[in-house]
Every structure is written in C-alpha cells, then in structure tokens.
Design a protein around this ligand. Structure first.
Ligand code: NAP
Ligand code: ZN
Length: 374
C-alpha cells in the first residue's frame, strides 16, 4: 500500500532566528495580526523580537493578547472580528498550543463568513490568512500540524478543526523563549510531546517516515527526563540548560510532524474529558494515561509496545509508569461515575478507530481506573 508524508511549513531554528530572518515575513504580508496569550510572550522576549522584526521590515501590526488556555470558540470569533476590521493580511501566533490553535482558527474565520455550527467542517475553509507560528512551550508541535483544537461547549469536549490549509506557512523555533517556563508546564508539555510520538507509533496511519521522526522525538525527550526528574525532586527547574530546552523544543516539533501524519489515538480522546470536566492540563492528562494505555495495547500488540519501550531505553512499561509517577506526582480524584461518563464519550470518537488495537469501552474504563483508582 502507498504511503504519504506532508508537512508544508518552513521551519527556522535557533537563537535569534526571528530577528535574523525577518525578511521571511516581508513576503507573507503587509499587516500582521499578532495572537498571544495574556502575558507570557511579553516576559520571554518573543513579542519584543517579533515587534523588532516587523519594524525592520516596515510591517504594520495589531496585537490581540486575549487567548485563554484551551481557547474557546468565542475567543476565535472575537479575534477574527478584530483581524478583519484592522485589515490584517497575515497572522503571527506566539505562545503555546492555545495561541497557536486560536490563531489558526482565526485565520479561517477572518477570511470568510463561517457560522459557529460549521466551524469544525473543513469543506467550509475556502480561504485562510497565512499563519506564522512561534512556539514558546515544548509540547504541542502545533507549529507543524494542520489542527486547531478548541473547547467545544456544545459537545462538552475539545474538538479539532483539521485541514491542510491550517498548517502554518512559517515557524520560528527559538528555545530561549522557553527559559521562563515553570517546572509544571515544562513537564506537562514534555508529556504531551511524548504522547504525540508514542500515539503516532500506535496509529494505523504510522509509516516508516513518521516512525523515524517519532523514535527520534522519544529518544530526545527521554534523554531530558533525568533533568526533569531532578528538577522535580528539587521543586525547581533552574537551571535547565539551554541544550535540554533546545532538545525539548526540537522533540516537540518532531512529534508535531508525527501527528500531522498519524493523528492522535485513544489517549487524546480520553484526555479531553479530563481537561474539559476536571480542568487537568492537556499534557498532564495525556502523560497520566499513556502508560496504562500502552499496558492495555501490550496484550494485542506486544511487539509494537516493546519497540517503544526499547526506544525509551526501558525494559518494559512498568519502568515508564514509575517515571511518570515521579514527574506527575499525586493524581487527581476521578470517581467511578466520572470514569463511566468519560469512557462513553471517548469510545464514540474517531481517535479510537485510529489505534492499531480497537479498544472497547471496558478497555477505556480499565485505563482510567488503573490511573485514578489503581
Ligand atoms: P498553553 O495553553 O498554550 O499555555 C499554558 C500556559 O503556559 C499559559 O498560561 C501560558 O501563558 C504559559 N506559557 C506559554 N509559554 C510560556 C513561556 N515561554 N514562559 C512562561 N509561561 C508560558 O499550553 P500548551 O500546553 O502549549 O498548549 C495546550 C493546548 O494546545 C491545548 O488546548 C491542546 O488541546 C492544544 N494542542 C494542540 C495541538 C495541535 O496540533 N494543534 C496538539 C496538541 C495540543 P500565556 O497565556 O500568558 O501565554
Ligand atoms: Zn496533545
């Protein structure tokens, strides 16, 4: 059977890469709509660098700094309204997955009239504004994916907009922006990236190319894990070397390219309820579920799971579970009733069909239960 690989984003790496490559912005547009979270981009140097680059290239801009964590549809329509009114012809997203996803969604809504009901239907995305992405967390890889994940209050979950037109045209990866990340966000986002790489290897859409990228991503994250565990023991991240932060950012990008090919599987479907109903951070939710998910898959796909363990340089899944326990600490309280409710939602998602093992509802209940009541 034939295989495909598609990732159209130009990626520029390295310290100071925004300023050094400001000319790349000039060919994209004349008026930038900058989309950020509330404060981090003002404190980590990323927004300053973008403003200087825009000044160098004489590009006008409007700033929208109101994106919430787990952005919602209202956020997107508000941003799109302002983008349209100010006449922006491209978007620069700065921040974690939340601003990057909001920016991608804004790029669709600003470019045409689209009702909230049709927002998740990609055949309505006739036009988009080009998006430039500047990640400041090392987790989502959203700079290299065609997804924008939004909180969907109507469905009581998180739902993906998915279309090739949502790939950013350009991404700048400068790990110096991640120096201000706190310990918890650094660990949670690393868990998200790891989950993307591992789920990618457990997807029916995995290919030899996505596997190669996933394996490298897993190796990089595992090589950083001892530093994160040490930081967790000390309750302080600093100093986390530049080399480690660069590895984490690169690994996150690689894992993004993986899920751009493979999509995610049951772990993400299950994690969405933990985020929506329990407020558990996205990466943490995935990290909590990943080991138990691998344990369940081991029954029907032992060689594949063992392959992942060997890439992790671990004898088996139990070692991974111990590592996650150290990194993520005490777990939240999730009741059996909640587990039943979340499992009913997860089993209906397309993520389940995307796994190399088709989980049943009782498998999903077992995964949640072993994490939260094990
Ligand atoms: P996030 O929600 O974007 O940001 C979490 C927090 O980190 C925010 O408070 C943010 O502050 C802060 N922050 C960001 N960069 C920082 C820095 N350099 N220093 C200090 N604080 C910083 O977190 P995320 O984990 O990156 O993104 C999660 C979202 O991405 C979820 O909605 C998830 O569903 C989505 N996601 C998308 C994809 C995709 O392919 N599109 C893949 C996986 C996950 P500010 O608000 O002030 O910026
Ligand atoms: Zn994720």
């Amino acid at each position: 059977m034939s295989k495909q690989f598609y990732m159209p984003t130009r990626i520029v790496f390295g310290t100071d890469c925004v300023q050094e490559n400001s000319s790349l912005l000039k060919v994209i547009g004349k008026k930038a709509f900058i989309v950020t979270g509330v404060s981090s981009s003002k404190n980590n140097g990323s927004l300053d660098d973008v403003l200087k680059a825009l000044e160098t290239e004489s590009i006008e801009y409007e700033l929208y700094d109101k994106v919430l964590n787990n952005p919602n549809i209202q956020n997107v329509y508000e941003g799109a309204d302002i983008a349209r009114t100010c006449g922006a012809d491209f978007i620069i997203a700065i921040g974690g997955g939340s601003p990057m996803d909001a920016a991608k969604a804004i790029s669709v809504v600003a470019a045409q009239s689209i009702s909230q009901k049709s927002l998740f239907l990609s055949n309505y995305y006739k036009n988009t504004l080009p998006v430039v992405a500047i990640p400041t967390t090392s987790g989502t890889g959203a700079e290299a994916t065609q997804y924008a994940i939004l909180t969907n209050i109507r469905e009581q979950t998180k739902t993906a907009m998915a279309s090739d037109v949502l790939f950013p045209v350009l991404a700048f990866l400068d790990a110096s922006y991640t120096a201000t990340l706190g310990l918890t966000t650094t660990i949670n986002t690393a868990m998200d990236a790891l989950s993307h790489a591992v789920e990618g290897m457990l997807s029916v859409r995995a290919t030899f190319i996505s596997d190669a990228l996933a394996e490298e991503s897993i190796r990089l994250i595992m090589s950083c894990a001892p530093f994160l565990i040490e930081a967790k023991d000390r309750s302080s991240l600093h100093p986390l070397s530049e080399e480690v932060r660069e590895k984490l950012l690169y690994a996150s990008f690689l894992a993004g390219t993986v899920i751009a090919q493979t999509a995610t599987t049951a772990v993400h479907a299950m994690g969405y309820s933990l985020t929506y109903f329990k407020g558990i951070d996205h990466g943490r939710a995935n990290g909590l579920l990943l080991g138990s998910f691998m344990n369940i898959l081991k029954k029907e796909a032992p060689q594949r799971v063992q392959k992942i363990c060997s890439v992790m340089n671990m004898p088996d899944v139990s070692f991974f579970l111990m590592m996650v326990d150290k990194l993520l600490g005490e777990k939240e309280l999730v009741t059996p009733e909640e587990i039943a409710q979340f499992s009913q939602k997860a089993i209906k998602t397309k993520h389940i069909l995307n796994g190399i093992v088709k989980l049943k509802e009782e498998d999903i209940i077992e995964i949640y239960s072993s994490v939260f009541n094990g």
